[in-house]
Write a protein that binds this ligand. Structure first.
Ligand SMILES: [Zn+2]
Length: 432
């Protein structure tokens, strides 16, 4: 094999002619000088159409390629501009890189694969690039997949939700396929206009094919769904309904904690230093401290409680029947969704009459909103839509929002989420 073809193979180049190879001492890198093969020359960088040459552009350029061993490699070539009929003067397409990229296609693909499989630090250190650069790379790779794969095909049962990123004041609207558990769409914003964009992309025919939509009780979601997919059965997202109960429970806990603190204020102050053995007992203080940390014991599903949390729960049952009742009410609501179907509906009837008479304002109020959303909750119980799926996707996106800190824009976060949780995971270069 001739030396040039060896370099073609080593760098994974196709439709490309290697003109020479050199080592750039200053850059500490192998420089592979190339040009597109005749057939790949003079094509518009955006649409690929053969176009007449316009000018020399900015002269020669370098694209970072995959390392050879531990040595960096750059592909170098002229980057002339062509005049496309549709796009005007545009930098010509090159076979080895995406339009506007500073890295080769293989480098992009490897970075995208790593970004969804290993830690942020590992990607940055292994590839020797900034995390922001990873953000631009995955945005390109995801756009490429979008251009070739229709992620919205075959949707019938979907879940719509909002996810906060950037410490709670910015939001993404996300759409999940209930049948596959995959993320199918994400957009910046949480309002009717954002969700309208999803239905626009879906198109009238596929909107009509949607049979079920789960969502929390947000009006903006309900309004858009009623307009764009009126035939779909509206289902309440069990994840959110149980979350309402968790919030109500926390309200009761906070109240118990405040009551204990009020008692504590009437108790003698203790001098700093080690408490004396004959010091007066201060039950209010102890109670307030225990309740402050009881949050997780009350929140968690009983099967996941640690031994300490179980002890705490038993202590609550003994000392604060009202708070314990609130806990049982929360658990009762969770059971409704575990039962599903008619058994679930019967259990919900019982739960409602229990909550109505429980004399805990937070749960009486919760009971009212459950009654108001009863039709949507019944639909969920009837159709047995799994909440586990959307809840786990939700959790994973929240993790990604943390990883995506440092990206320039939310588009990179969306790209990362689509690559990690969408239908089409990124492939390693050369192994499709
Ligand atoms: Zn063009």
């Amino acid at each position: 094999m001739r030396e040039r073809s060896v370099w073609e193979r080593a760098c994974g180049l196709t439709r490309t002619v290697v003109e020479g190879v050199d080592f750039d001492e200053a850059a500490g890198a192998v420089i592979v000088s190339v040009r597109p093969a005749a057939k790949a020359m003079n094509r518009c960088g955006r649409c690929g159409r053969k176009s007449p040459r316009f000018d020399q552009g900015d002269g020669r350029r370098r694209w970072r390629a995959l390392d050879l061993g531990s040595t960096k490699v750059f592909v170098e070539a002229s980057a002339p501009r062509v005049r496309c009929r549709a796009h005007g003067p545009t930098v010509a397409q090159v076979p080895w890189a995406r339009h506007g990229a500073g890295h080769t296609r293989d480098f992009d693909d490897q970075a995208a694969w790593l970004a969804v499989h290993v830690s942020k630090t590992a990607v940055v250190e292994l590839l020797r690039i900034a995390w922001r650069t990873v953000g631009s790379i995955i945005t390109r790779v995801s756009a490429d997949i979008d251009a070739n794969v229709d992620r919205l095909d075959g949707l019938t049962r979907i879940g719509i939700d909002e996810i906060s990123y950037k410490r709670g004041y910015r939001y993404l609207t996300v759409v999940v396929d209930h049948d596959t558990g995959r993320l199918v769409w994400a957009g910046v914003g949480r309002d009717e206009a954002t969700l309208e964009r999803f239905f626009d992309e879906l198109g009238a025919e596929r909107c009509a094919a949607i049979t079920h939509v789960t969502a929390d009780a947000a009006d903006w979601i309900a309004h858009v769904v009623a307009r764009r997919a009126p035939q779909a059965v509206k289902c309440a997202d069990p994840f959110h309904v149980v979350m309402w109960a968790t919030d109500a429970l926390d309200e009761v806990r906070r109240q118990a904690w405040n009551d204990a603190r009020a008692v504590a204020r009437t108790e003698p102050k203790r001098r700093p230093g080690r408490p004396r053995a004959d010091a007066a007992p201060r039950p209010g203080h102890e109670r307030a401290r225990a309740l402050k940390h009881a949050r997780y014991a009350l929140w968690k599903n009983p099967e996941n409680l640690t031994e300490r949390q179980q002890v705490k729960l038993a202590w609550i049952a003994r000392t604060d029947p009202r708070l314990h009742r609130a806990y049982l009410l929360k658990e009762g609501l969770r059971t409704v969704f575990a039962l599903k179907g008619d058994a679930g509906k019967q259990a919900l009837d019982q739960w409602i009459s229990w909550a109505r008479r429980c004399r805990i304002p937070a749960f009486v109020k919760l009971q009212r909103s459950i009654v108001r959303h009863r039709a949507a909750i019944d639909a969920t119980l009837d159709h047995g839509l799994s909440n586990a799926l959307i809840e786990s996707t939700n959790t994973k996106i929240r993790l990604l929002t943390r990883i995506a800190f440092g990206f320039h824009n939310p588009e990179a976060l969306i790209a990362l989420a689509m690559l990690a949780l969408g239908h089409q995971p990124p492939a390693l270069p050369g192994r499709q």
